[in-house]
Write a protein that binds this ligand. Structure first.
Ligand code: ADP
Ligand code: MG
Length: 291
């Protein structure tokens, strides 16, 4: 049976927007020495907007229409942003068929009889799309912290979109507090390394893993655990679920997807990063009282 202190701790946590789902959340958090932080939607607000559009043939409306059609069925925040940008620009978006989502990479669909691929630059080069015509633009956008997604139709490069997201206002303070609490932060992201570096620099994080696929995030947690170190993982997406399961303490960040929530020991209902430290404090205090 759950000791009374844990029952009480669970109540206090809920008052502060923190749901404790497992006993590990209480027992292990005080021992955690590394904390793996997902970038998008965890350290950033996860509400990206389209900041720049570059069409290979100069037809930005056509490019937006194509991208929005393919992204229409995707739940990904980047996809939502593309659809919104198309709406704001007043372009007519066609119907997509045979939609398929590739977690951590992008989407594919058939639009107007064309095979459309939208996703991270590496996804397109892997399938043989030549990006050289746009590589300078991509590099320049990524250097400013933007996420670039590229659009191809029938294997031909049609253009690219650059998206930006805001840091959570308390991210830098919370990361500093994690360090002070003896938890060394590590940033992991499926996003490009330039955007990752841009965020990490603002937060004073030196260990970065960018361009990481969902299985890769779990592998990074496992590597950090190899010498017995207890590791917490904080993430919000489908792509974070394997790493949340692998971590000693998994935390689903504010507004996380259902699958992240189900994979986590602790669910943060609040959108601030400091909730991670509050969860640790509550766990530690409740655990102390059970002994
Ligand atoms: P993160 O780890 O930053 O939360 P993801 O693993 O979800 O990011 O995605 C990694 C990269 O894959 C994104 O930066 C983007 O380039 C690409 N990507 C993922 N989903 C989509 C999508 N629906 N449309 C376009 N690109 C996508
Ligand atoms: Mg995320």
């Amino acid at each position: 049976a759950a000791p009374l202190a844990i029952v009480r701790g669970t109540g206090h946590a809920a008052d502060r927007g923190i749901i404790m789902r497992t006993g590990e959340a209480f027992q292990t958090f005080r021992l955690v020495r590394r904390v793996v932080l997902d970038k998008t939607g965890t350290l950033t607000q996860g509400r990206p907007t389209v900041r720049a559009v570059e069409a290979a043939d100069g037809d930005t409306a056509g490019l937006l229409a194509l991208a929005a059609a393919a992204e229409h069925h995707s739940e990904h925040p980047l996809a939502r942003a593309v659809v919104t940008a198309a709406e704001d620009a007043g372009v007519t978006v066609g119907q997509a068929h045979e939609f398929e989502s590739m977690t951590g990479s992008g989407v594919r669909a058939t639009v107007d009889g064309q095979h459309v691929l939208v996703g991270r630059p590496g996804l397109l080069t892997d399938t043989g799309v030549d990006l050289t015509g746009m590589s300078d633009w991509i590099t320049a956008q990524e250097a400013t912290g933007h996420t670039v997604i590229v659009v191809a139709a029938d294997q031909a490069l049609r253009g690219a979109l650059a998206l930006g997201d805001q840091l959570r206002p308390d991210a830098a303070e919370a990361v500093a507090a994690m360090r002070q609490a003896g938890m060394d932060p590590v940033l992991v992201t499926g996003d490009n390394h330039r955007a990752a570096r841009h965020v990490a620099d603002q937060l004073g994080i030196t260990e970065i893993h960018a361009g990481v696929r969902p299985e890769g995030k779990a592998a990074i947690v496992r590597e950090l655990q190899a010498d017995g170190t207890r590791v917490a993982m904080v993430g919000d997406g489908i792509n974070d679920a394997p790493a949340l399961m692998q971590a000693d303490v998994g935390l689903a960040a504010g507004g996380g997807t259902d699958i992240a929530v189900e994979s986590a020991d602790i669910v943060l209902l609040r959108e601030d990063v400091h909730a991670v430290l509050d969860a640790r404090e509550i766990s530690t205090r409740a655990y102390g009282r059970t002994r």
